[in-house]
Design a protein around this ligand. Structure first.
Ligand code: SF4
Ligand code: SF4
Length: 394
């Protein structure tokens, strides 16, 4: 179960692609209390609970984060073993006090940084135009000294897609070991960029292998997630989007949305599925997404493809269940790049599968990689994918 508390819609940055409807809204503590009661009482007892502090920039309201964390941990239904707390920050705010608090409460810090200064400053700047790269780089380095495995998320857009391998190099040079690369899903992607993807993702796959062979392995979501999914034979039900069923986002007003990316202006209309004070709007919850595109029905990659991501689909096509052409091309290229890595790593499979077993995805899902160590499964699962993939590309 994934719950996101957008505790404020204020932010100190003015990113070009921001999807947050910024305003001076901060979640009242009384609203947070009702949400915490709902989260801890409603979550099925056999499921893990992931509670994320989100914004705007949530660290602008650090005192509120402290109070809500205390509320969660002192709740009668709180279970440390099945609850993960995280904070997603734009990287402009960090201090020893924040680090100590996160450490003491075993919380995960996720930082956003789009890459080297010429990329970061072009899209992620302060409202008065000042660059953010200097402060964000400094904070990432400081955070890494305390939390060596913090994930850093880079968003790429059509203007800087060609530099994606450089983004990996840059984050790696800072010491980042968990690298997340995600497309700006609101951007106007064209066939030109879609055509560049196989080469660019292939180049990232090569870097991924180089890092591994040099004894400095990195987790790169684009590659690792697909490797795991290929080896498992597809996404499992709990990994797929469960927006409004297994995933809820709360705006400062208490309005409930199926995903934090859909809060927007928090108008309480388009994507809103209820309010913490009034309950859910009948018929609006439990949306399990199944892509309606005709080509997906017969595509050999459909089990390995994230065509089920409702908010990504919405921003691409205006519908939760219709995949856009760029996401299709991106999934295709990512699966191909991961498949290539699997083939190349056969020579050293035992050690490589140990590395995969330690990736965040495997840890998050809590499943072992034992079966993937077996060559039989490896060959049974990867050979057909190669053929299906080629068939699809043709
Ligand atoms: S850091 Fe996040 S909330 Fe702030 S402007 Fe950038 S995208 Fe929007
Ligand atoms: S790769 Fe494209 S066609 Fe195939 S399942 Fe994914 S979105 Fe659908």
């Amino acid at each position: 179960m994934k719950y996101t508390l957008a505790i404020t819609q204020q932010c100190d940055l003015a990113c070009d692609y921001c999807y947050v409807g910024k305003k001076n809204a901060v979640m009242p503590f009384s609203t947070a209390k009702k949400i915490v009661d709902f989260v801890l009482d409603y979550a099925p007892k056999n499921e893990k609970i992931d509670i994320g502090f989100f914004g705007g920039e949530p660290l602008l309201e650090f005192d509120l984060i402290k109070k809500i964390t205390n509320l969660i941990q002192s709740h009668i239904s709180f279970d440390l073993d099945r609850t993960t707390l995280s904070v997603a920050t734009n990287g402009t705010i960090f201090s020893k006090e924040i680090a100590d608090f996160l450490m003491k409460n075993n919380m995960v810090l996720c930082i956003s940084c789009d890459g080297p200064p010429f990329i970061q400053d072009a899209s992620r700047h302060f409202p008065d135009g000042r660059n953010s790269s200097g402060i964000v780089e400094k904070n990432i380095k400081e955070a890494l000294r305390i939390f060596p495995l913090i994930p850093v998320n880079a968003v790429y857009s059509p203007e800087n897609l060609q530099y994606l391998p450089d983004v990996v190099d840059y984050l790696s040079s800072l010491g980042v070991k968990n690298i997340y690369l995600n497309p700006n899903i609101s951007a106007k992607w064209t066939k030109k960029e879609a055509g560049m993807l196989p080469r660019i993702y292939g180049s990232i796959g090569k870097k991924y292998m180089d890092f591994y062979r040099q004894g400095k392995p990195k987790f790169i979501n684009l590659i690792d997630n697909k490797i795991v999914v290929i080896l498992r034979g597809g996404y499992k039900p709990l990994e797929r989007c469960r927006m409004g069923g297994g995933e809820f986002a709360f705006a400062p007003s208490g309005n409930i949305y199926p995903c934090e990316r859909l809060i927007g202006q928090d108008d309480g209309k388009a994507h809103c599925i209820g309010n913490i004070n009034d309950g859910f709007i009948p018929g609006k919850t439990c949306k399990t997404i199944s892509a309606v595109n005709m080509e997906c029905q017969t595509c050999g990659l459909r089990e390995y493809c994230m065509n089920w991501c409702g908010c990504t689909n919405y921003f691409s096509t205006g519908k939760y269940d219709a995949v856009g052409p760029f996401i299709c091309a991106s999934e295709n290229a990512a699966i191909s790049a991961a498949f290539h890595v699997i083939q190349e790593m056969r020579e050293n499979w035992q050690n490589f599968s140990d590395h995969i077993a330690g990736t965040p995805l495997m840890n998050a899902i809590g499943e072992g990689i034992e079966e993937t160590r077996q060559d039989r499964i490896l060959s049974e699962r990867t050979q057909p994918i190669e053929m299906q993939n080629r068939e699809h590309l043709l």
